[in-house]
Design a protein around this ligand. Structure first.
Ligand code: NAI
Ligand code: 15L
Length: 263
């Protein structure tokens, strides 16, 4: 493809994508509200607040695909979440509609279902059970993608990411972990698939411990290769939280214990 837009390019996953996806497009257009490193060869750096409709319209122009990582990524006040994850998502989908509907990978989250218990196994068709305002905003994003697909044919891969870090950080992440390598191969599969539609796909590695039926990954030919078991001994050497603690009970872990933030 000619131009791949990466929103949230200053964030953790955005930096990873910037470093490793150059081969996917002639040009990477990198955008964030936070500071980014200057443009390198075959890069465009375009600062943009997702809450600014006109700016997002210009941002999406001439892009062939969008890796949408931008927005608030943890529990925060409604004002912050609304701008990045509600208004921002509306602005992105409207801009995409105006500019030929480039395929979108939308980074949604396990916090859309965080109030399910860890002894339950979920399918992507199970009802949402968000664990906070952040989770609710990701449910909204999934609903927007579904509506734009039904009404206009806009393609989106709704990737419900578990926990994408260099390695799992606690016992819960033995189930939710997705390695950086698996994330990159997932993105490649999304943008290379001949047909996409609007599937929900769990963004999780091939962990022995798992709470999610990962069948929909096959729709795009994605086969994660890493397994959190490699880190089990390291994790189990750390103190074990009580069995009735939120991080031991709920799939969303400590997000279920967050208050409604007011500032
Ligand atoms: P991050 O917080 O490091 O990066 C998000 C970026 O979005 C930040 O650089 C931030 O400045 C930018 N941003 C926030 N509000 C914005 C606005 N109004 N306009 C423009 N940019 C704005 O998050 P991370 O870890 O890189 O995650 C990327 C995406 O993946 C997020 O959407 C997050 O919700 C999602 N995700 C990540 C998971 C993970 O394990 N890292 C798990 C589940 C979902
Ligand atoms: C998320 O949605 C967050 O963006 C990320 O920072 C992690 O907290 C992750 O979920 C998780 O549940 O581990």
């Amino acid at each position: 493809m000619k131009r791949l837009l990466i929103t949230g390019a200053a964030g953790n996953l955005g930096k990873l994508a910037r470093a490793r996806l150059g081969h996917m497009a002639d040009v990477l257009r990198l955008s964030d509200i936070s500071d980014m490193d200057p443009a390198g060869p075959d890069e465009e750096v375009v600062p943009c607040d997702l809450g600014d409709e006109a700016a997002v319209y210009d941002l999406v122009k001439d892009c062939d695909a969008i890796l949408h990582l931008g927005g608030v990524s943890v529990e925060r006040s409604w004002d912050q979440i609304q701008r990045g994850n509600i208004t921002g998502v509306y602005n992105l989908y409207e801009a995409a509609r105006a500019h030929g509907m480039p395929r979108i990978l939308f980074a949604t989250s396990n916090h859309t279902i965080g109030y399910y218990r860890q002894d339950e196994v979920l399918n992507v068709t199970d009802p949402m059970k968000p664990d906070g305002l952040y989770g609710v905003s990701k449910c909204f994003g999934e609903a927007m993608a579904s509506m734009y697909h039904s009404k206009f044919g806009q393609e989106t891969a709704l990737i419900r990411i578990g926990s994408c870090f260099e390695k799992p950080r606690d016992r819960r992440m033995l189930a939710t972990w997705m390695s950086p390598d698996d994330f990159i191969s997932l993105i490649e599969c999304v943008f290379r698939a001949p047909m996409l539609g609007c599937p929900i796909i769990w963004g999780v590695s091939d962990n022995d411990l798992g709470w999610w039926n990962t069948d929909t990954a096959k729709l795009i030919g994605w086969r994660p290769k890493d397994n959190s078991e490699a880190f089990r001994a390291e994790i189990e050497a750390t103190p074990c939280p009580p069995a009735d603690a939120p991080q031991s009970v709920y799939q969303g872990g400590l997000f279920t214990a967050e208050p409604i933030h007011k500032d």
